[in-house]
Design a protein around this ligand. Structure first.
Ligand code: S3P
Length: 167
């Protein structure tokens, strides 16, 4: 199986759905954010603070490209589509799954979350980021799954069905 790349806005459930999918499909799950944090022994917010977003994007691209392009479920960070090279890599090598979530639902899920530097903004900036990124996710996706009001297991099961695999 070609690797699956889970993309979507912050709070769309890429990590938890990736975990469910790796169990369901019995393949290895990888998470670019976790890998960056573990390998550098630093929190992402600290990378943004000390080295800036550009440096983080470099770690992110390097990490993405190191993960095998077969038999992996790859949970990405919400900004993976900010780098064209990442989009080209995912489209060329795997199946891209967009977890589509409304901004209202994200607001509910990330209420009080201060760990994400790009979420720690005012409402207008968050709306702008959401609006700018939404078409990037859609254009990149082979499969789109709605996540509002749904459990991660159901979402993972729908991804499996949309891949043409028996439930
Ligand atoms: C980011 C999303 C985060 C993390 C970093 C930047 C973004 O991941 O990669 O804070 O640019 O949207 P999640 O999508 O898992 O929150």
């Amino acid at each position: 199986m070609k690797s699956l790349y889970l993309i979507g806005f912050m709070g769309s459930g890429k990590s938890i759905v990736g975990f469910e999918l790796s169990k369901l499909l019995d393949v290895i799950g990888s998470d670019t954010d976790h890998m960056i944090e573990e390998e550098n022994d630093v929190k992402i917010a600290d990378i943004f603070r000390s080295e800036g977003e550009r440096a983080f994007r470099k770690y992110e691209s390097e990490t993405l490209q190191r993960i095998p392009v077969h038999n992996h479920i790859v949970s990405t960070g919400g900004g993976i589509v900010e780098t064209e090279e990442n989009i080209a890599f995912m489209k060329a090598n795997g199946t891209v799954v967009f977890l589509e979530t409304s901004l209202d639902e994200i607001e509910t899920r990330l209420h009080n979350d201060r760990s994400r530097p790009l979420w720690d903004k005012n409402s207008f900036e968050k709306q702008q980021l959401f609006d700018r990124r939404s078409p990037l996710y859609k254009n990149c996706a082979d499969i789109i799954v709605q996540t509002d009001d749904r459990k991660s297991q159901d979402i993972a099961a729908e991804v499996k069905t949309q891949l043409g695999l028996k439930p």
